[in-house]
Design a protein around this ligand. Structure first.
Ligand code: TPP
Ligand code: MG
Length: 376
């Protein structure tokens, strides 16, 4: 049985060959089919966006696709609660779905329409859906700091909510990431850091940026419990995250889970960027052989929990949802509201309004009329 070694590294991971260790321990049929459907929905969504991206040229933003990285978002989707907060990086679609945010507002956002999650003005890598407590951001490690702030708020208010911060290994190149480790470890915050380690930041190998690929060892002294997993095994991802999230909700945080995985496509856009020769054919073949959906589907079929007819039914439901949401996005109007002040300034944050208003040199008195500025 080809299992993953306990200490993972992208340098050696291809030696596993075909991963044969998917294990349904702790997972019943309903949950298994939920995890499978979530992965398939994300994959089919990304493939459909791929197909439309260039021929039509109607999408208004760059997209960082996450094909190949479906397992972690699917596992999270079955574990987070509506009142938890989730923060993503630029490769946002998996996390957006994991938090239960609606596909139609994602599509409309990508198409730049006013019905999008952010009125068509954020696009894919900065999309948020506040009703779902989901936020993303293109500044590498920027959202990690914000997630720490949210966790601090939950701890302070003594709620049982948790904060989830998902990002790539590239975010650990940033100082903000290490500040987040320091503060969350010191304060024992209710926060889950999820690293999808896909080896590369754009075209740059982790080992060209860092002395060792041992993030879990480096965060532990900060007081952050940390574990590595083979991130294409959705059952393992679910079991690990289930254990860690349960501990978080009992006040035993913070925790970091590093999932080794791989993006199949270009860093950004639907193209194939392998012409840049930054990764080997063998490596790509290893990760495609160990497609998270194929690995799990194989196991479900062996278990007699999935057959062709059942798979077709799932596929049809997803295809119908995707088609309806393309239609919704394309039928929606472009934004007409050009009142940028109203979009940026909120009475709920009078200090920020005042500072930004002053910095911008504009007259924002009408937005500050009701703001009760305290002694800042
Ligand atoms: C502060 C900052 N520096 C640089 C960039 C440019 N940038 C965008 S994505 C990226 C690589 C991210 O790699 P990783 O965090 O591993 O995520 P992945 O793209 O592999 O999912 C970089 C350097 C940025 N967005 N923000
Ligand atoms: Mg990466």
């Amino acid at each position: 049985m080809n299992a993953a070694p306990s200490r993972l590294s992208h340098r050696t991971i291809t030696q596993i060959g075909r991963y044969e260790a998917v294990d349904l321990h702790g997972i019943d049929k309903d949950l298994a089919l939920t995890l499978y459907s979530q992965m398939l929905r994300l994959r089919r969504t990304e493939e459909a966006l791929h197909r439309e991206y260039h021929p039509a040229e109607e999408m208004r933003c760059p997209i960082h696709f996450c094909i190949g990285q479906e397992a972690v978002p699917a596992a999270l989707s079955a574990l987070v609660r509506p009142d938890d907060f989730m923060f993503s990086h630029h490769r946002s679609h998996g996390y957006y779905f994991a938090k239960g945010a609606p596909m139609r507002e994602l599509f409309a956002e990508i198409y730049g329409r006013e019905t999008g999650a952010n009125g068509g003005k954020a696009g894919s890598q900065d999309i948020s859906h506040s009703g779902s407590h989901f936020y993303s951001g293109a500044i590498l490690a920027g959202a990690v700091s914000i997630a720490v702030g949210a966790a601090f708020g939950f701890q302070h208010a003594k709620t049982r909510q948790i904060s989830i911060s998902g990002f790539g290994e590239g975010a650990t190149d940033e100082g903000a990431f290490w500040e987040a480790m320091n503060y969350s470890g010191k304060k024992r915050l209710p926060i889950l850091f999820v690293i999808e380690n896909n080896r590369y930041a754009t075209f740059s190998d982790q080992l060209k940026r860092q002395a060792e690929d041992n993030i879990v060892e480096r965060v532990t002294p900060f007081g952050v419990r940390a574990t590595q997993i083979f991130g294409n095994d959705v059952a393992l991802a679910w079991r690990t995250l289930h254990t860690e999230i349960s501990r978080l909700r009992e006040g035993d945080g913070p925790v970091l889970v590093e999932a080794y995985t791989y993006r199949w496509n270009s860093h950004v856009g639907p193209e194939d960027d392998s012409a840049n020769a930054y990764r080997s054919g063998d490596e790509i073949a290893f990760w495609k052989t160990n497609c998270p959906i194929a690995l799990f589907e194989n196991k479900l079929r062996l278990q007699h929990w999935l057959n062709d007819d059942e798979k077709d039914a799932i596929e049809q439901e997803i295809a119908g949802e995707i088609a309806a949401n393309f239609q919704f996005a394309k039928d929606s109007a472009f934004p007409t509201d050009t009142d940028w002040h109203r979009m940026t300034y909120e009475d709920a944050s009078p200090l920020a309004d005042a500072l930004l208003g002053t910095a911008a040199g504009g007259n924002f008195d009408h937005y500050q009329a009701d703001a009760k500025l305290g002694p800042y």
